[in-house]
Structure formats: structure tokens, C-alpha cells
Design a protein around this ligand. Structure first.
Ligand SMILES: Cc1cc2nc3c(=O)[nH]c(=O)nc-3n(C[C@H](O)[C@H](O)[C@H](O)COP(=O)(O)O)c2cc1C
Length: 170
């Protein structure tokens, strides 16, 4: 069925070519992370950051029980990590096995290979009953390399990641 409004959303979003992030979560010994394109700053003062997780994802299920989430910037050269976190699901494989990480606030996995990151305390969930993604509003409590860090590279963008088949259909 033709739906011009929906197509307009898709076209505008595609034109933005969002930078990809990997969001990680932990609840005790349960940990996971997934590739996320739906994310943005949500307030200037105080700073707030919002990430949207699909209800289908294991990362979402763990995030519901997490005190903190980590939002990792993905560089243009990190396609293999994007594929690992976006193309496989923690329901089938342990994505963190073989990846260097350390526990951050609330035990959230901090990925050594992706040092530019924001760690935030989960303030609230934006749970729209008929929506397939849920927003997690974060209060930033820690972070990694700043934007002036000389190691900063261009982000991996949506058009770089469209070859990745999501581990879970949305
Ligand atoms: C380009 C791209 C963008 C994605 N954006 C999101 C997103 O914004 N939110 C989300 O929850 N999943 C997103 N995904 C899907 C998850 O990364 C993917 O289904 C993952 O395998 C889920 O793993 P999990 O079940 O271990 O959490 C995206 C995947 C791709 C390839």
C-alpha cells in the first residue's frame, strides 16, 4: 500500500546518513550490546542522550534491567565490530567473547576498541505502546575520548552498514 508519509520519513532519514553507535548493557552476569542507528542528544542543560532499542533485541531485554548503558562511537574503520554487534544476536552467540572490554558503572561493558563513548545512567524509558523501539534516556556520568582527541576518525555511517543483516528483524 502506497504511504507517502512513511516514504518521506525513510527518505529524510536516509539523507541524514546517521553515524552508527554500539550500545552495551549489563544486568549482573548478563551482558550484551547491539549496533544502533536511532540515537541523539535530547537536552543541552542538563545533557541527556537518548538511544532507541528494538523490543526484539536481547540488548533491549537486558537494558530494561540495567542501571547504565554505554554508547560507543563506531569509526569508519570498525565495520567488523559493527557487523559483530549488528549482524549477530546475543540469543545465539556471545558477542563479547573474544572482544576486549572492561566493566564500567553498573557493570556495563566498555569496549576497548571503541574508546569514544558516553556512559549514562538510565533515567527513564520512552515506551510507546504501539512502537517497536523503546527510548532509553541517559544521564551521562562518564565518557571516553573527547572530540579533540587526535585519534578521532570519521564515523561509520548508515550507508556503510546497510550490508549488515540485523541479527534480529526489528
Ligand atoms: C544499520 C543498522 C542499524 C540498526 N539500528 C538499530 C537501532 O537503532 N536499534 C536497535 O535496537 N537495533 C538496531 N539494529 C539491529 C541490531 O543491531 C541487531 O538486530 C542485533 O543483532 C541485535 O542483537 P541482540 O539481540 O544481541 O541485542 C541495527 C542494525 C543495523 C544493521
Amino acid at each position: 500500500v502506497a504511504d507517502p508519509a512513511r516514504d518521506a520519513v525513510d527518505a529524510v532519514v536516509a539523507s541524514f546518513d546517521a553515524a552508527m553507535v554500539v550500545v552495551t548493557a549489563a544486568d549482573g552476569d548478563e551482558r550484551d550490546g547491539c549496533l544502533v542507528g536511532f540515537h541523539s542528544q535530547g537536552s543541552i542543560s542538563p545533557r541527556r542522550y537518548v538511544v532507541w532499542l528494538s523490543r526484539a533485541n536481547r540488548t533491549y531485554r537486558i537494558a530494561q534491567r540495567s542501571t547504565h548503558l554505554a554508547v560507543h562511537a563506531v569509526g569508519a574503520g570498525d565495520h567488523d565490530l559493527a557487523e559483530r554487534f549488528g549482524g549477530t544476536t546475543g540469543d545465539e552467540v556471545d558477542k563479547l567473547a573474544g572482544v576486549e572490554w572492561s566493566p564500567g558503572p553498573g557493570g556495563v561493558p566498555l569496549l576497548a576498541a571503541l574508546p569514544m563513548r558516553v556512559v549514562g545512567r538510565v533515567l527513564t524509558e520512552l515506551d510507546l505502546p504501539d512502537a517497536d523501539h523503546v527510548g532509553f534516556v541517559l544521564d551521562p556520568v562518564a565518557g571516553g575520548a573527547g572530540p579533540d582527541d587526535p585519534g578521532t576518525e570519521a564515523p561509520l555511517r548508515l550507508h556503510d552498514a546497510t550490508d549488515i543483516e540485523p541479527g534480529h528483524p526489528a
